[in-house]
Design a binder for this molecule. Structure first.
Ligand code: TXA
Ligand code: MG
Length: 307
């Protein structure tokens, strides 16, 4: 496996190269967010359409102030969720007129999504390189996200160097909230829920059929190679059953004790495991649509979608 130390990763990143790094949500495919040349490699390694902007990772609010407009309200949210709760949330902000970020990473938008990841290795890398890192999830575009180094290898191949930071503890991508208007707009469900945000003000949820605000959110996404079915109660022929709650018939179980956080952390790992012969399809038992269960169902729904 192309595993490298974080010292080497820092050297590669300073040299404009791409490295897979661990975060608490999923592994990211990182490069210098101020370099078009470095960022271009991310799009090509992932086969990602260039209209889909990347999240910009930082280790401090100060780093963002240089190039984006942070309202007092947004700053309070960042302090609360990033610094106090160490929570997995990305904020969409208005860019300043002049900024050093790669236009390719922004996909030509006048806004930028920023996130402070909560993984000691990646926070240290950010501190050492001292530029922001553009990092989408470290998987081939539209396929399953990677929650371990081996998933990255299987999805992107030998050419991508990986810093192995262990299994991702959250296991689902960050919540994305647009804070450019007075009302918050939830663009992607994640561990921080609409209810968590509602403590701070009015939140609306993006309607999937509305204009594309998070350009990566509409298409088939997060998908295994095998067809996936949600809310499966009885196993079909050739189907691998992914259980939730005790189930003697299930090949694997997201959480026998019906713990939604445990289910989120296990989701991509289980889907990677079941997306193999001899199975012809994957069925997932019903997941309650509350708390982080909403984010789990959101990912499953997109994985089922037909392009
Ligand atoms: O947890 C995460 O957020 C992971 C880890 C690696 O940090 N990253 C991640 O990145 O999930 P990615 O590229 O797979 O998803 C980023 C999403 C895409 O749907 C993209 O369209 C949206 O963020 N996005 C990026 N910039 C945006 C912007 N300015 N406005 C709205 N959506 C944006
Ligand atoms: Mg992704």
């Amino acid at each position: 496996m192309p595993i490298i130390t974080s010292e080497i990763a820092i050297r590669y990143l300073l040299d404009g190269q791409v490295v897979a790094i661990p975060t608490e949500t999923v592994y990211g495919l990182a490069a210098d967010a101020t370099s078009d040349k470095a960022v271009a490699q991310i799009y090509s390694l992932k086969s990602r359409p260039q209209f889909n902007p990347l999240i910009i990772h930082v280790d401090s609010i100060e780093m963002i102030e240089e190039w984006a407009i942070i309202s007092e309200f947004a700053k309070d949210l960042m302090k609360e969720f990033w610094n106090k709760r160490k929570a997995s949330i990305s904020f969409v902000l208005q860019l300043k007129k002049s900024h050093p970020l790669s236009l390719l990473a922004l996909a030509g938008l006048s806004t930028v999504a920023v996130r402070k990841p909560n993984h000691p290795i990646t926070l240290n890398i950010l501190k050492e390189v001292s530029f922001p890192l553009a990092a989408p999830s470290a998987n081939r575009s539209n396929f399953l996200s990677a929650t371990s180094a081996i998933h990255v290898l299987n999805s992107l191949g030998q050419q991508v160097p990986i810093v192995d930071g262990g299994a991702c503890v959250v296991g689902l991508e960050s919540t994305i909230v647009d804070v450019t208007q007075s009302e918050m707009e939830l663009l992607r469900h994640g561990a921080i829920t609409e209810m968590d945000l509602a403590d701070f003000g009015k939140v609306s949820c993006i309607n999937n059929s509305a204009a594309i605000k998070a350009p990566g959110m509409l298409t088939r996404h997060y998908a295994p190679l095998r067809p996936l079915k949600m809310n499966v109660l009885t196993k079909e022929k050739g189907m691998a059953l992914l259980g939730f709650g005790y189930c003697s018939d299930a090949e694997l179980n997201l959480s026998e004790s019906k713990n939604l956080n445990e289910a989120a952390a296990n989701l991509f790992h289980c889907l990677h495991e079941l997306d193999k012969d001899p199975f012809l399809s994957i069925g997932v038992q019903p997941i309650p649509n509350t708390g982080i269960g909403k984010a789990i169902n959101d990912r499953l729904m997109r994985a089922c979608a037909v392009t």
